[in-house]
Design a protein around this ligand. Sequence first.
Ligand code: SAM
Length: 303
Amino acid sequence: MNYRHAFHAGNFADVHKHLVLLSLLERLQRKPKPLFYLDTHAGRGMYDLRGEAASRSGEWRHGIGRLMDLHPANEDLCRYLDAVRAVQTVPREPPARYPGSPLLAAGQLRAEDRIVLVEKQIQEAQALEEAVGRRRGLAVVCGDGYAAMKTYLPPRENRGLVMIDPPYESDGEFAGAQQALQAGLRRWPNGMFALWYPIKATPEAARLRAGLQGSGLRKLLRVELHLHPTDSPLRLNGSGLIIANPPWQFDTQILPALQDAAAALTLEAAVEPPRGIGTAATDARPASPGHHPSAVVEWLAGE
Ligand SMILES: C[S@@+](CC[C@H](N)C(=O)[O-])C[C@H]1O[C@@H](n2cnc3c(N)ncnc32)[C@H](O)[C@@H]1O
């Protein structure tokens, strides 16, 4: 496996995914009962935006780099930006670090909640262990996230979230992710799941949505952020999440946060563009001229 999330950390897809992740956890925490959080593809936890990988790709500059100066009224967007600000060592400078899903989740969850973070690559898992530190109720597992769904689901808490965020490096990964979501829901029918997928000019994302729509599953919400026209032949055009069993009224509540994020992503870059890399080889592109980034929130399958 070649995938290293360090190249992509803090890009617009991470903004979308992590904003939604923290919003889902906040809704779950409105009840005092303990939660279970499973991150099937956890990554290394903390990313150095001044490091070689992030500097070379420059993707974060067109993602979190455009949002750091915002102080939005929207509570969901505000919570996410505060969480990213909280890991910076020097405030009011371009961000130097970016927290991945495990750190964001662990930062928001409470002492009574249980957290399992699964990462397949040993070096990433070791870095993750260091980044999250030791804490009661938190486990870092070096292994296969899909196998972990069989081990840990259904959780004894019977409340919580499974975040499925594969790298989509191989052709079969869309089908694998869809099967994993379906199998997870068979094991834990009332569990909340969030499955991330890339939106490119190729038909896989539409096929995934159609496949889930035809699967007979209910309560599936499609939550997407489109930065470039969907048929743009370049690379990542949009970022998608399917949320199974979303919180009540999440569809109407998350839309304004995504619209605010989309508007900020169209702003002129607040930071220097990356040097020495061609845009064809990277997802570091500002929003396409003449195209307004947009959010899509709609039910794939309702009640
Ligand atoms: C997109 S990155 C995860 C980013 C992370 N979820 C975040 O938001 O910060 C995908 C990660 O999954 C890991 N991975 C790939 N296949 C896996 C598998 N079958 N089980 C667990 N981890 C896997 C990769 O090594 C990579 O670190």
